[in-house]
Design a protein around this ligand. Structure first.
Ligand code: GLU
Ligand code: MG
Length: 454
């Protein structure tokens, strides 16, 4: 700890950002002077528990105090906030790991994997918008960003190089391996990819990315948005997960760990053309089997259901899944299988990375424990099928709104157990309130359609 304090001080750090993530996936925390690093790493920084969304903690008594205890290995100086270093914290209440802290929820699932001698690696792909508000209307920040097919637009991308370059440099300075930055398929929409990592580290990295992007976009007079679907006629923002399961407790220094999703032939030789090992198929089958409940966490806002679903967009398609299906390199399916990994395309940008990672593990382990088999691979374009054809193939539809997803979560014992009863109760209550508030809201669309119609 002394070493860490000295290292941070040598980097000019005077203050720590003790950061944790609330149930909604929003970063919360406090500034703590560097002189109190030891306190943060041992006891933690104290917070009023009920003031944090979704804790369900009481207003008084010993359980009213939420302790955010720093994980020393996560300490990193923040380039966009000179003099400040972020430390990711785990929640503790009354001296015990807090059962409803999203990072603790994920730790519990990581421990289940560790008990089997496994660890999960995820590569999270954030898509996002850069917006501005003009006379109360939300618009893409860049007025000139107008291509009919915006994917990979190399005219608009360089106009945002100020933001993108500062974001890239900031993430790299924090130790992330930034792989690619591109213009996505909607006006004002971008994607940044960084290297895959241990599931907990990946979730920490995503939260770091969000904090960096919010701050750096604000510096440029823009709003960084991970709203799932800001514009009805354009694709929304996904948060795809690339998933692989490995032997051992973590990659050792030489990278020695075996990817258990890589397929082999019956004679033991590598199946270079194959997609997933039998274990990988069981895991992915579990993820598909729990899709309806997973939706509540992976698509957790009322707006999320405007992204999920087959629909035309100005660019031609939405690229978001609508059916419970899997296929080799099939981007129209919910699970896109690749060699030795799969891409889980369900989550949107508003999802809490800790909770969906935990639920993903629980679903995958259930698939392994029950030897679930993948449904037949879909090789063709699911977006081109009529609803009748979808039904003929026996493909289930994803929940059509947040209410249906919450109902599915409430009756899914596997995903519910991963969250724990206290968090499940809080999550359902918060999200049912959100669903009801939206349902009661009378929108301009309704007035335009009905006011003078009858
Ligand atoms: N934006 C799409 C989504 O909402 C995904 C586009 C892509 O395939 O990268 O999932
Ligand atoms: Mg993308």
């Amino acid at each position: 700890m002394k070493d860490l304090g000295e290292r941070l001080a040598a980097q000019g750090v005077h203050t720590l950002v003790a950061q944790f993530t609330d149930v909604l996936g929003v970063a919360r925390g406090k500034f703590v002077p560097l002189a109190h690093l030891d306190d943060l790493l041992t006891e933690g920084a104290g917070f009023s528990g009920p003031s944090i969304t979704g804790t369900g903690l009481p207003r008084c008594g010993p359980r009213s105090e939420y302790w955010a205890r720093g994980a020393a290995s996560t300490a990193v100086a923040l380039p966009w906030l000179p003099g400040y270093a972020r430390i990711v914290c785990d929640g503790f209440v009354a001296g015990e790991p807090f059962e409803s802290c999203p990072r603790q929820v994920l730790r519990r699932q990581v421990a289940r994997l560790q008990a089997k001698g496994w660890h999960l690696r995820t590569g999270i792909e954030p898509e996002f918008f850069l917006l501005k508000q003009v006379a109360g209307r939300w618009l893409p920040a860049d007025d000139a960003d107008r291509l009919r097919k915006p994917s990979y637009d190399l005219k608009s991308l360089p106009r945002q190089r100020g933001f993108l370059q500062s974001l890239q440099r900031a993430l790299e300075a924090c130790g992330l391996d930034v792989l690619q930055l591109d213009h996505e398929d909607a006006h004002g929409q971008y994607e940044v990819n960084f290297g895959h990592d241990e599931v907990l580290a990946s979730a920490d990295h995503l939260m770091l990315f969000k904090q960096a992007a919010h701050a750096l976009a604000e510096e440029q007079g823009m709003v960084f948005s991970m709203m799932p679907k800001p514009f009805a006629d354009q694709p929304g923002s996904g948060l795809h997960f690339h998933v692989s399961l490995w032997s051992g407790l973590a990659l050792d220094r030489n990278g020695n760990a075996r990817n258990l999703f890589v397929p082999h032939r019956p004679d033991g030789a590598l199946d270079a053309a194959g997609q997933l090992s039998l274990l990988g198929q069981h895991f992915a089958a579990g993820v598909l089997a729990h899709s309806a409940a997973l939706c509540a966490l992976a698509a957790p806002t009322v707006n999320s259901y405007k992204r999920l679903g087959v629909g035309e967009s100005i660019s031609g398609t939405t690229w978001a899944p609508a059916y419970v299906a899997q296929g080799p390199n099939n981007r129209t399916a919910l699970v896109r299988t690749l060699h030795g990994r799969f891409e889980w395309r369900l989550p949107d940008a508003s999802a809490n990375p800790y909770l969906i990672s935990a639920a993903l593990i629980a679903a995958g382990l259930d698939g392994i424990e029950r030897d679930l088999h993948l449904p037949a691979a879909v090789e063709d374009d699911l977006f081109a099928l009529s609803l009748d054809q979808v039904r003929e193939r026996g493909l289930a539809l994803l929940p059509q709104d947040l209410g249906a997803a919450l109902d599915a979560l409430a009756v899914d014992p596997v995903i519910a157990a991963a969250l724990g009863p206290a968090l499940l109760t809080q999550f359902l209550q918060l999200k049912r309130e959100e669903f009801t508030a939206h349902a009661r809201h009378i929108s301009d669309w309704e007035l335009d359609r009905y006011a003078a119609a009858f």
